[in-house]
Ligand binder design. Structure first.
Ligand code: ZN
Length: 367
């Protein structure tokens, strides 16, 4: 931007010499007539003027840059939702669109968002980094309760095509902008990190392999599993096919220390988040999740769609299909609600009151 645009003396002399040659005037004539002195004088005066003008131009450019920086700072940026503490009860955004600070609560009603059947209440569910750039730019809403309408899934089909059927049901009820809640959504809202490769050993104790890719045939309980049947959801029903399935399922519950060996949602997570996912202890509710997994008990393997029910959350719902070779196998079917999630990236409507109970789940539920 700040180039020197003056004239150099050399350039001018060269120009004059070329002109003189063209005009067939000798160099002596030019020197005698003080042509070069006059030229130098003209160059100095011109360069002085150019210098002053350049200074003013530089000043104006500096002012323009400041204006451009200010304009840039006024443009809407991404939201940057963060939980305010490890109870996961509230989220804060400090972007310019949110006026520098905006707090929303998990379970807070967003009355101006309307979709789904009449009377559907939408509440804050959490936030996510949809574009994977390290900032939670997306606020997630869900409904206060799962759908009234239920979806019936059955047998092996529940594992094979369950995710698609759950997604389709959610869109049918809540519209195209909605997607189904997944086990990952539930984990995020509860602050739960799943341990991979969950199975029940010979003693009925829950173990994990530490990853989601251990094959059934590599488990210590594989001999037990295959001896009771080798039914697979893909219909191959062979030992080889069953052994290739990966142990990617897991299950946990909301109650702390009931002694079942099942992992729990973090104790410090707020009751509002737990109750938004599971319902209250007195009125628990369930729904299918658009997830699926394989879990192993000590003598057979479960294959299922994800679900939340009776205070438990899992990537599989374990009773619709298993590898056990039952003598009179008829597919098990089960009706369960679905639950939507919608993503709000820019327009975040005003929130209302917090609709979710803070009642605490207790051990009594299981007694
Ligand atoms: Zn914001």
């Amino acid at each position: 931007m700040k180039r020197n645009q003056g004239i150099t003396l050399i350039a001018l002399i060269i120009t004059i010499v070329i002109m003189l040659i063209l005009a067939t005037v000798t160099i002596d004539v030019a020197i005698d007539g003080k042509l070069f002195d006059t030229a130098k004088d003209a160059v100095d005066k011109t360069n002085d003027k150019v210098g002053k003008t350049q200074g003013r131009v530089n000043e104006l450019m500096g002012e323009l840059e400041e204006v451009e920086e200010w304009q840039e700072s006024q443009k809407p940026k991404e939201h940057n939702w963060q939980y305010t503490d490890n109870t996961l009860a509230s989220l804060k955004c400090t972007c310019s669109m949110c006026g520098g600070e905006r707090i929303v609560y998990v379970g807070q009603e967003i009355p101006s968002y309307e979709a789904g059947p009449t009377g559907t209440e939408w509440v804050v569910f959490g936030a996510e980094d949809s574009d994977k750039n390290g900032t939670n730019e997306t606020l997630l809403l869900t409904t206060l309760e799962p759908s009234t309408e239920e979806l019936e899934l059955e047998g092996a089909d529940a594992y094979n095509n369950g995710i698609e059927k759950i997604e389709a049901k959610v869109k049918e009820i809540y519209g195209e902008k909605a997607r189904s809640m997944t086990i990952e959504d539930v984990n995020r809202t509860l602050g739960y990190t799943p341990a991979g490769g969950m199975y029940e050993d010979e003693n009925g104790d829950i173990q994990t392999t530490g990853n989601f890719t251990t094959k059934l045939k590599d488990l210590s309980i594989w001999e037990n599993i295959k001896s009771n049947g080798t039914e697979t959801p893909d219909g191959a029903n062979t030992e080889e096919a069953l052994g290739e399935y990966e142990l990617d399922g897991y299950l946990y519950d909301v109650v702390v220390d009931v002694g079942s060996g099942t992992p729990h949602a973090p104790e410090e997570t707020c009751n509002e988040a737990k109750n938004l996912v599971f319902g209250t202890m007195n009125v628990p509710f369930g729904c299918y999740l658009a997830s699926r997994g394989v879990f192993a008990a000590h003598d057979y393997a479960f294959f299922g769609p994800g679900a939340v029910e009776y205070g438990t959350a899992g990537s599989h719902w374990g009773y619709l299909f298993d590898s056990y070779d039952h003598p009179d196998d008829t597919p098990v079917s089960y009706p369960l609600s679905v639950r939507p999630v919608v993503s709000l990236k820019s327009e975040i409507p005003a929130g209302g009151e917090i609709l979710v109970s803070s009642e605490e789940w207790t051990v009594d539920f299981w007694m």
